[in-house]
Design a protein around this ligand. Structure first.
Ligand code: FRU
Length: 499
């Protein structure tokens, strides 16, 4: 049987068996079984396409396929058939991460072929390949594959995650790589036709502190600067920074495309939550740079494996550059399409202690604005409360200028607290998206973001605002119940097991 069809049948069977207790309401997730990185993000012929690393046969990572969804508005997604299945001579063991471009009106995917030689000794080779589609659904791998058979001489065997873009009349490809001495870096290729690639050299490389391998590069212009997004493996934790197993962040600076010289500053993390990795971006026809990340982390607790699925992608987020060259990340404006009923509470009230806005809604957008100008409290924040003392807490310490996300009472048993720097003077605005098993916090208009998976066991009780050691003025508390884009009918509920 055709490999794609076989994957489709496996998914259909797995879908029937799934426990839906933690299924998300408005995020991209697999129909069933495993997903990781977002791949091939593109705005193509008026529709947004997102592919993702996918194992359709199991809830664990294994031979990587590419899953596929598309949407007209970045909100209402539709699953399409699996786009790529591994097993050809150049992608024997997996179709790893990569990107998409439009080429002569066709949709071209550029991806890494993963080929294992010796599983036990972890010996493999990786190469770059292309698959093309006329209709944006069915993809054909090129006869010429691999288009880049091996990395440069001074490279380790890690050679993956091609991100391709067009500049003037040439195609460029940034690839995640490391040196023979295991120093993480991104290397660059150029091509006139997507098939023949010339090696141009190293775009950026770790100074020794930025890890042993850089995965999932993305390189683009933003607000007059050049930004290199990377997902480095092996950065040591440093206080509140770099707390996840692997990080995702950016280098920002000036790029000279004649000399291939990229002069950049310090590495900055893009999100400070537990579950954000392998982010990729697209440029849409409105000129927006939109980023989507994998909303999980390697080797973390993944309770939904027991339910027959695992992994999700973040909300699409628009990236903009502030005057001081900090990247701001905010949910795309289309997220307003998710809003159902709107509730306003507690506006212009001084709170001292706690204030509870009761709601049993599972899918929520919350906006709260605190006025910190004459505030006597040391800490202010908000808790998403469940019954029996379940809670996810977001706290801002005015004294330490730190935002904290605490998921210890919401199903994350290990290493469940994260802190992030945030200089909030005057107002503190928290915009929070809660799905059944995720939280995304956007503080002060995208200055600091924190994304984590959460695993509630009880029903929701409400949203509690709080102040510690003093009082604070609440300018606004607005929340919206959000739509479940995946729910076609109520019969899905039949699979909800007793928690
Ligand atoms: C990042 C990554 C990529 C690789 C893919 C494999 O999470 O390790 O480097 O292409 O996942 O699934």
């Amino acid at each position: 049987m055709d490999r794609i069809q076989q994957a489709e049948e496996a998914l259909k069977k797995a879908e029937e068996k799934m426990n839906t207790r933690y299924r998300l309401g408005y995020h991209i997730m697999p129909r069933a079984n495993w997903i990781n990185d977002p791949n091939g993000l593109i705005h193509y012929k008026g529709e947004y396409h997102v592919f993702y690393q996918h194992h359709p046969y199991d809830e664990n990572w294994a031979q990587m396929h590419w899953g596929h969804v598309k949407s007209k508005d970045l909100i209402h997604w539709e699953h399409l058939p699996v786009a790529l299945a591994p097993g050809d001579s150049f992608d024997e063991s997996g179709c790893f991460s990569g990107s998409a471009v439009e080429y002569n009106g066709k949709l071209a995917l550029i991806y890494t072929g993963h080929n294992v030689i010796d599983q036990e000794e972890d010996i493999f080779y990786q190469n770059q390949n292309i698959a093309v589609s006329q209709d944006g659904i069915v993809f054909e791998k090129l006869q010429e594959n691999p288009v880049i058979a091996k990395p440069p001489e001074d490279s380790s065997r890690h050679f993956r995650d091609p991100k391709v873009w067009k500049h003037r009349n040439s195609w460029y490809m940034a690839v995640g790589n490391s040196t023979k001495e295991n120093v993480g870096r991104v290397i660059l290729y150029r091509s006139p036709n997507l098939r023949d690639w010339e090696y141009k050299g190293v775009l950026a490389q770790s100074d020794g502190d930025l890890g042993y391998m850089w995965e999932c590069p993305d390189f683009f212009e933003l607000g007059g600067k050049h930004v290199l997004l990377i997902s480095p493996q092996g950065i040591e934790a440093d206080g509140d920074l770099y707390k996840n197993l692997h990080q995702t962040g950016y280098l920002i600076g000036e790029y000279n495309d004649e000399t291939n010289e990229f002069v950049y500053g310090d590495f900055t993390e893009l999100d400070y939550g537990h579950d954000f990795y392998a982010v990729q971006t697209l440029l849409d026809d409105k000129g927006r740079r939109i980023a989507i990340g994998w909303m999980d982390m390697w080797e973390s607790e993944m309770p939904t494996k027991a339910d027959g699925w695992c992994g999700a992608l973040t909300l699409p987020r628009e990236l903009t550059l502030r005057d001081d060259h900090k990247i701001l990340m905010n949910p795309v404006e289309e997220t307003a399409l998710l809003r159902k009923s709107k509730h306003m509470d507690c506006a212009n009230q001084l709170i001292s202690g706690n204030y509870l806005a009761k709601t049993a809604e599972e899918l929520l957008e919350i906006q709260v604005v605190y006025d910190l100008t004459d505030c006597s409290a040391e800490t202010v924040g908000l808790k998403i409360l469940g019954l029996e003392e379940e809670e996810t807490a977001i706290k801002y310490s005015i004294t330490d200028q730190k935002l904290t996300l605490d998921c210890s009472k919401m199903g994350k048993s290990r290493d469940s607290v994260r802190n992030a720097p945030l200089e909030a003077n005057g107002k503190l605005t928290l915009r929070i998206f809660i799905d059944r098993s995720s939280i995304e916090v956007f503080a002060n208009h995208g200055e600091t973001t924190m994304t984590s998976r959460i695993y509630p066991k009880k029903d929701r009780l409400g949203i509690e605002l709080f102040s510690e050691k003093g009082n604070v003025m609440v300018d606004e508390l607005t929340y919206w119940a959000l739509k479940d884009i995946w729910k076609k009918d109520e019969s899905l509920k039949k699979n909800i097991m007793h928690r």
